[in-house]
Design a protein. Structure first.
Length: 283
């Protein structure tokens, strides 16, 4: 590993790293940054356990040994280096300028963006021969909601999350933090054309169930989520667009008793995903 740390915040590599907080620069550089020991541990575990290790491809890991508080950080540093990341030592002052945490844990890594979020055409065929769950989010606006949905999808063992464009970026720092690293283990795909989505699902017999606050069956009184299901979650402000409602085989809603006119999409999605678990495991 190199010995001389970067000491200047004006260093070109540090300037480019800071720019990754903005979506336009993530797109331009075709990479994103992640930090936090739990999140980077999730990245390493995804690399080591995935059938597609190239999906999570670390590029660089900026580190400051003075900020290491346990053996976890140096182990992660070595694992990321072994996976192909270039180790780059920096001073504490420099790392603090690129960290979004109140107290940096000593590591900030960058990863290739393109393999993490392919177009639907590059995605594998959906599994429909056993209970499986695909979560589709229609034009989500907030990265935090996307990250929370991905984290819950990971928890229930969903096969993947599809994001209808225009969508908040699942590789935004807020989304990565909300997902607690699940973005590295849950397959993600971008859906730019709803006709492509319809063809992709029809070719493999995937059954879609749309969540709509004002329509459909009560989720407590239906078997709609049994088996292989694509769950459609609507846009935060507008709900699912008409073309997605037309694609759905069934529509469900969560009963509400209070004065709130709707639920946060990530909260509603979490309830529905766990109802899918209940339906298919008969807990």
């Amino acid at each position: 590993m190199p010995n001389e740390p970067i000491r200047s915040t004006a260093n070109a590599r540090i300037v480019e790293l800071r720019k990754l907080s903005q979506r336009k620069h993530r797109r331009k550089q075709n990479r994103f940054a992640a930090e936090g020991l739990q999140i980077l541990r999730a990245a390493v575990e995804a690399i080591e356990s995935s059938d597609e290790p190239a999906r999570v491809r670390p590029l660089e890991v900026f580190y400051c040994e003075d900020l290491f508080a346990s053996e976890t950080a140096p182990r992660l540093l070595e694992s990321l280096r072994a996976a192909g990341a270039e180790p780059i030592p920096v001073t504490e002052a420099v790392l603090e300028t690129v960290s979004r945490r109140i107290h940096s844990q000593g590591l900030v890594a960058t990863f290739a963006a393109a393999p993490m979020r392919p177009a639907l055409s590059a995605w594998p065929s959906p599994a429909t021969d056993s209970p499986s769950l695909y979560v589709l989010v229609d034009r989500p606006q907030y990265p935090g909601n996307v990250g929370t949905i991905v984290r819950t999808a990971d928890a229930v063992g969903a096969s993947g999350v599809l994001l209808v464009e225009p969508s908040a970026d699942p590789l935004d720092p807020s989304a990565i933090r909300a997902s607690m690293g699940s973005v590295f283990s849950v397959p993600l795909a971008s859906v730019a054309d709803l006709d492509d989505l319809a063809a992709w699902s029809a070719d493999h017999g995937l059954r879609w169930v749309a969540a709509d606050v004002e329509a459909g069956e009560s989720i407590w009184e239906t078997d709609a989520l049994e088996g292989a299901v694509g769950l459609i979650l609507g846009n935060e402000a507008e709900g699912p667009q008409p073309e997605l409602l037309a694609l759905a085989d069934r529509t469900v809603h969560l009963p509400q008793r209070g004065r709130a006119d709707s639920l946060n999409v990530a909260v509603a999605g979490g309830v529905l995903m766990y109802e899918w678990v209940r339906e298919n495991t008969k807990l």
